[in-house]
Design a protein around this ligand. Structure first.
Ligand code: NAD
Length: 334
């Protein structure tokens, strides 16, 4: 039944098991690094839950997966509190939805001019926070449930692209993505298969499983890499736009993805999406979409966040590749 046709009674019956299912998939994905369904299956059910809660606000609960970031932190790693929460991100699945999002964002700001956006690739890994004090790396952590993450400082020190000392004595937190290049993922899985160990479902899970290790020596043997993309307290590095923040991070010695682009209108956004949808397979790392961020950081701050997602950024997700394969298989057998 489509959500528009649901009665309140039907919605009440459906929503409990739907939430439980999504929570269970979240546990497998975020805590155990071992998803049992494809992302598009998860996304579809998640969207349905969002729609049911929108249509019947009386069925909303604060512990719904739509109101919480990631999973709980149940690993044996030491816990870290994020002074500035590490949030999730809203997503859209078409240009039209993206334009609607931009329209609503503009209405929120109550201005006529379309803002400048910085477009970036959405790297398929896991979020990483790096804290520096007086230019020295003092803490690396995962997102966890957004407020409490896991301490992976010693593990992070084994990643070559993470600078342990900055050329300036900054006391700043930097955020980005930790990922495993496609080739390293293929090699790791081939080796695991040869050793009779379970293989990782995808590079994202391999990266998460490799970073969230109790023994840094294990992490050191995995080929992890990083792309940094966010400085929550941007004033501390003297920049005013997201594009400048990326440049400044490059200057400081971080690895920053080179494919960001500042754009101003629908055409430019569509061109970027088309270009990277086509280039996606040739990249050495996995991407699952593009991220659109308001470029001006004061505007970004003014837009702020909901409990779960920023209002100044949104992910455009590529159509699922796996789904296309399934559909094709069905067509062939018919
Ligand atoms: P998300 O991972 O889709 O998006 C938010 C994240 O994007 C950020 O936390 C950040 O780490 C990352 N990111 C990558 N590049 C970025 C960039 N340039 N700028 C900013 N951020 C960037 O959101 P989420 O809430 O963590 O997870 C939802 C995703 O996880 C969905 O894609 C869903 O399909 C998948 N998931 C799958 C299952 C499953 O069982 N298959 C379960 C749970 C979640």
């Amino acid at each position: 039944t489509s959500v528009e046709q649901l009665t309140l009674d039907q919605a009440k019956k459906e929503i409990g098991p739907l939430r439980d299912q999504i929570t269970q998939w979240g546990k497998e994905y975020y805590e155990q690094d071992n998803p049992t369904v494809e992302d598009y299956v998860y996304d579809r059910q998640y969207q349905r839950l969002v729609q049911i809660e929108q249509r019947f606000p009386e069925l909303q609960t604060t512990d719904s997966p739509t109101q919480r970031v990631g999973g709980e932190v149940e690993s044996q790693l030491t816990k870290v509190r994020h002074e500035i929460p590490m949030l999730s991100m809203g997503d859209v699945f078409s240009i039209e939805e993206l334009m609607d999002f931009n329209q609503r964002q503009q209405e929120n700001r109550d201005v006529d001019v379309e803002p400048e956006y910085n477009l970036e690739l959405k790297i398929d890994g896991l979020s990483l926070s790096l804290v520096y004090e007086n230019g020295k790396l003092v803490q690396g952590s995962t997102r966890g449930n957004g407020n409490i993450g896991e301490d992976v400082t010693e593990n992070v020190k084994t990643i070559k692209s993470v600078p342990q000392v900055l050329p300036e004595p900054l006391s700043v937190e930097f955020r980005g993505e930790c990922y495993m290049p496609k080739e390293s993922f293929a090699k790791l899985n081939a080796q695991r298969e040869a050793d009779g160990q379970p293989v990782f479902a995808n590079p994202r899970n391999a990266a998460a499983g490799s970073l969230r290790q109790l023994d840094p020596k294990v992490t050191a043997k995995r080929d992890l890499d990083t792309f940094m993309y966010y400085v929550p307290e941007y004033q501390k590095i003297g920049v005013t736009t997201q594009a400048e923040a990326l440049d400044k991070m490059r200057e400081l010695g971080f690895k920053v993805n080179p494919n960001n682009r500042v754009v101003h209108n629908r055409q430019e956004i569509e061109d970027y999406i088309k270009e990277y949808t086509a280039k996606r397979d040739q990249l050495a790392y996995g991407i699952d979409g593009i991220v659109e961020k308001v470029n001006d950081l004061e505007t970004e701050e003014a837009l702020g966040n909901t409990v779960k997602v920023p209002r100044w950024e949104i992910a455009y997700k590529f159509p699922p590749e796996e789904q296309a394969t399934v559909v094709r298989d069905i067509e062939w057998t018919v």
